[in-house]
Every structure is written in structure tokens, then in C-alpha cells.
Design a protein around this ligand. Sequence first.
Ligand code: ZN
Length: 472
Amino acid sequence: MIHALFRHLDKDCEIVEVLPQKPTARCPFSAIVMIGGYKKYVVIAKTDAQKFYLKRSIEKQREFYDDFSPYFQFNFPDEFGNLDDFTYAIYPYIENAKWCCDNRPIEIMEKIYKKHAKTHKMSPGLLAKIQTDFLSSWPEQYHAQIKQLPLYKEYFDNIAKQTSIKIYREHCDYTVNNILDDGKNLWLMDFEFSKNFQPVGHDLHDYSRTVMNQYQTKQKLAKMKEILMDNINDIVDDCCKIKQTKKKHKWGKMMHKIMKIFHRSKKFAYPKIWNIKPTDKICILAPHPDDETIGCGGLLALYAKQCDVICLTDGRYGDPDIAPPKMTQIRKKELESVMKKFGVNKFAMLNLEDSHLRENKAQFQKLNLRDYDYIVIPSPRDFHPDHMAVAQMLKKSMYADAYIVFYEIWNTLANQTHYVDISSVVAQKRNMINMYKSQVKHIDYASRIIALNHYRGICHNVEYEEAYEFQK
Ligand SMILES: [Zn+2]
């Protein structure tokens, strides 16, 4: 029914799968949805407890980000907000755990936990802290009732009996979402491995559960905690008076509203690492000699052997004081020196007239780019007529199954989708840009573009990164 209604409402959006909803008031509705050809993971929170958890899971992700990056890729929501009487979040959908942590989630998690966890001696003060943070897992209005549960007292009496306890992160692990006895130590852990919030990957949930269960079946405390959590969930369910018979099509309507917002805002995924395989072949199209280095100098430095560069125009109008024939020679030499210094696989010049690329469409479209996995070009909104022309003139018949990737020079990318960490080669990029002496005498390209690269790293806590946008 949801499927039919959804398709009827909006052709661009389609529910792929409605994920099973646990029959408790704290578990929100969630579904996998296709939006504009991309799989997204949509969470809708209706009750106060669901809203509380949705917000909390996003906050917790950010807390964990510092320690777990770069071991894990985190999946932050594209969209998070309120609409009518519900809260929603739209995440990029992650197909498998490999993207997050190279199929080693538990191994990495344990390593990080062991590195950061501190042993705390049990004391009344510590016990009080653990209790407070445990309660913070539920909205405040339930705290008084929770404290009256008989099992609540029994559970914390047992915790108090421990002489010491290992805690990964203060004000995070005290919440005791997971309690783990590895045979030697008792650990309090709180890693949001929830399938419903998909913080680090859909597949991790089942994996971590299996491993946790291996330990937990043997533990009294962990079992006790599970029952206690069930008791608390019953309280929350009663208060929310959740009706499990809720008509399904209501969700469909809400989803539709969210999708409309999503389309309007035109926001895209949180930028991901551009994973370039050793076998990938990259072709960078530069409208003028220097664009490839200004836009993609880091990429070139890191993957020179996999990169071919085609410079489209001769750059003859690159200096008003120098005659075009002479200028053409200067720019050709500069490009050759830079390409050799990078050690690119191949480079070529089409020698079309500078600033008239569009008028040479026929020659441009003779390019055979069928051999490449990625074709890297200026964004269609990179405000120079030759730069904008590239994306406009590129035809599907010129390439095979390559990804079209945009880089930035004259205008920043509004919808960056991927990044390349260029911190290790930033000095080289600067030097290479400065080899275009005929150009940097007019504008200090290196300082400006490297400042942009530094800024771009803000999202990933990377020193310098190049931003790229994969064409949808
Ligand atoms: Zn240019």
C-alpha cells in the first residue's frame, strides 16, 4: 500500500523497503527509499521518545567521530528536521560495512575501545555518574518512574559490587547501552550500532550483535540490563500510548512531505572519500594550461601514473601584453614542464582557440574518452565560458561507463559529493601551480586555491582536501 501510494504521489521517489519496526515507543519508522536514483535511508520519529532517540543518535555520532575517524566512515544525515508533528532524518544509504570500516567493525571497535578506555575504581561518586548517564538514555519525564523499577535498584547494586570498571568515554559510556564481559573485564560501551539509525552502516548491526551475544549469553549483568531496558520501554510505551494498529498510509503521506523538502533543498550526501582503485584510469580535461593543477593538483600528485591530462585550448589570450603566438608557446612549455614533473601517464593539447571553446564543439566531440573510469572536468557552474562549455559539450557517446566528476576553480562546488585528502602533497601542489609563471604573475592562484583546499577539510578534519562532485 505504501509503495503504491508513494509511487502515485511522486515518480522520483520510491520506497525500496520498509524496515521492521520494533513494537516499542522508542523505535521510529524507517525505510530505504530511492530518491533521484540514489538510495537513501529515511527515519521518521513521531513520539517524544522516538524524537529524543533520533536527535541523540546524531549527537552521539559526532562525539564518537573524533576517536573513530579515520577507522570508520561515519554516515551523517543529509537532512534532519521537523515537519508538522514529526521529526525526520535522511541518510545516504550504505550498502555494506566495507565502506565504513573495511569489514573489520568489531576488530576496529575493540582496538579503539582498548586504546581509549580507562579503568575506574568503583566509588559512590562513580556509581552516581553511571546512574545519571544511564537515565539520560530516556527523556526526563520518565526518570522518576524508571527509578522506581525493582530491577533498577538490583542492577545498580550489582554494578556497585564491581571493584573496577572499564569505561571508554565519559558521558557516553555511562549510558550502558552495551555491557560487555570479555572474560577479564567488565566494559561499559555505548556505540550506536543501531540498524534503525544506521550510524556507521546497515550491516554492522547484525555483525556486532552476533559478537556481543557470544559474550552476553554468559553474563548475568548484561541479561539483567536487557530485562531492565524492556521494563523501561514498557513504561515509555504506556506513556506514549502508541497504537500498533496505526494505518500504514499515514507514514506514506509523511514520507511524501519529506521527499518534497528534500527535492527543494537540493542537498546531497555528506562528502565521501573518493576511493580510487589502483586499476582506475582518470582523464582530466583542462580548458587552459593550469586548470588541471589548480583544480586537481593534489589528485595529480597522488595518482599521476593513473592520470591522463588533455588541455583543450592553447591559452593564447593568457596575457594582454604578450602577443598570442608567443603566449601559446609559453603556455605549452609551462604545461609540458608541469606534466613531466607530476609524471602523468599521458598528456595532450588540442590547441583550440582560447576563450572560443564552444565554437569548436565539433573538434572537442571527436575526443575518444572511452577508456576511462573517471572523466574530471570543471563544474558547469565554473564561471568562465570555456570552463562551463566542457560539461555542456560532453556527450555520452564520447565515453563509456565513466563517472563524470567536477572540480572547482572560478566557483566553489555547491554540492560536493567526494573529497581527496591532499594534505601530504599540498606543498607539491603549490609548487606546481607556481610553475605556471605566466599566469601566477597576474593572480596568486596557489595561495587562494590552497586556502580553499584547507577550508574544504573542515567537514572531515583533514588539513587539506580537494572537493569533487560526482555528476548524478
Ligand atoms: Zn581556465
